[in-house]
Ligand binder design. Structure first.
Ligand code: ATP
Ligand code: ZN
Ligand code: MG
Length: 306
């Protein structure tokens, strides 16, 4: 066993010992076993059974986005601490020789790396807003999308539920304030029904995003006061501090204004999204029902393997 593994304790160590998660030597970066992926796929399917009837447009993107779109999105203003950028070698042969020397000497070789046109996707919906903006005003009924993406957040942790690269499924709604708040209200109900059907102990609470710095504290308070973000919480790593497995976000006109997205009658579109943390839900299932899926409660198995 590697030194890193010996230090790991509790649920993370059990997950790695059982093979469900595969250690890479970096906190928050794990491989997953076939069984883990089977559970993720079954949950993905369950989401579609709940949301599929709404006629969302399905779109899948690689886990990265256009750097210019990222800059304009405002992510760096709110969450600079979480962002991940893609850099690449862009030098001549001399620079290459220097690079190899630095690697061999164990000194920082990344200083010579140049930024590329690509950054890592921080949340599945960020790639979508510029795409929708480019299409022109959303129609009378608004618009609805079904997304799933790997997302990156620089938040290394020993908590297995806080990964640096994880998958987020999302439904994203565009339209009038009434249309998008109705969408969020429907999913707040559906989300609870869905997770209760998996035998999960859960609670729903208002929440805030980890806005950076002192100005960020005000943004976070405002987000709470206006009840713009709700989370569906399930105990995974701790009972006192349950983990957000689903989140329900009302952005008001934030993305509509940022990207110039309009409704049919020329008003700025409002947006909302519901996000499902795929690994977190799988971890919650293994935590509460055990590592042997054959022994999961029959009612839960019937929901996941209909
Ligand atoms: P937290 O409060 O735990 O940091 P969050 O508010 O940052 O969560 P969102 O930004 O709303 O989460 O992301 C949508 C969903 O993605 C969350 O409900 C959660 O299930 C999942 N998620 C967020 N961060 C992580 C992470 N680091 N590892 C795994 N899943 C995550
Ligand atoms: Zn979103
Ligand atoms: Mg977070």
């Amino acid at each position: 066993m590697c030194q890193n593994c010996q230090q790991q304790q509790g649920f993370l160590a059990e997950l790695i010992d059982s093979g469900l998660l595969i250690d890479t030597g970096v906190d928050g970066l794990y491989g997953r076993s076939g069984l883990f992926e089977e559970v993720v796929a079954r949950f993905d399917d369950l989401i579609t059974r709940y949301g599929g009837q709404d006629g969302a447009e399905v779109a899948r993107f690689p886990p990265a986005m256009n750097r210019q779109h990222f800059e304009r999105s405002g992510y760096l203003k709110s969450f600079p601490q979480l962002a991940g950028t893609v850099h690449a070698f862009d030098g001549d042969e001399r620079a290459h020789a220097q690079l190899l020397h630095d690697v061999a000497d164990g000194v920082d070789w990344t200083a010579g790396q140049k930024s590329t046109d690509i950054v890592l996707t921080p949340a599945a919906c960020y790639v979508l807003y510029p795409v929708v903006a480019k299409r022109g005003p959303v129609g009378k009924g608004g618009a609805l999308f079904d997304l799933q993406s790997y997302c990156f957040r620089h938040e290394p942790s020993k908590d297995p539920a806080r990964m640096q690269l994880f998958r987020m499924r999302e439904y994203v709604r565009f339209g009038t304030p009434d249309q998008v708040t109705e969408f969020r209200a429907i999913w707040l109900e559906r989300g609870q029904t869905m997770m209760a059907s998996l035998g999960m102990p859960l609670e729903v609470d208002v929440a805030n995003d980890p806005f950076f710095g002192r100005a960020g504290r005000m943004l976070a308070n405002n987000q709470r006061d206006q009840r713009l973000k709700f989370e569906l919480l399930i105990p995974i790593e701790s009972v006192e501090k349950p983990t957000a497995c689903l989140s329900f976000n009302y952005h008001q006109d934030h993305f509509g204004t940022t990207w110039g997205i309009k409704t049919e009658d020329g008003e700025t579109a409002h947006t909302a999204c519901v996000g499902f943390g795929m690994e977190r839900v799988a971890l919650a299932l293994f935590k509460h029902h055990g590592f042997d899926v054959q022994k999961w409660p029959a009612a839960v198995r019937d929901v996941l393997w209909p």
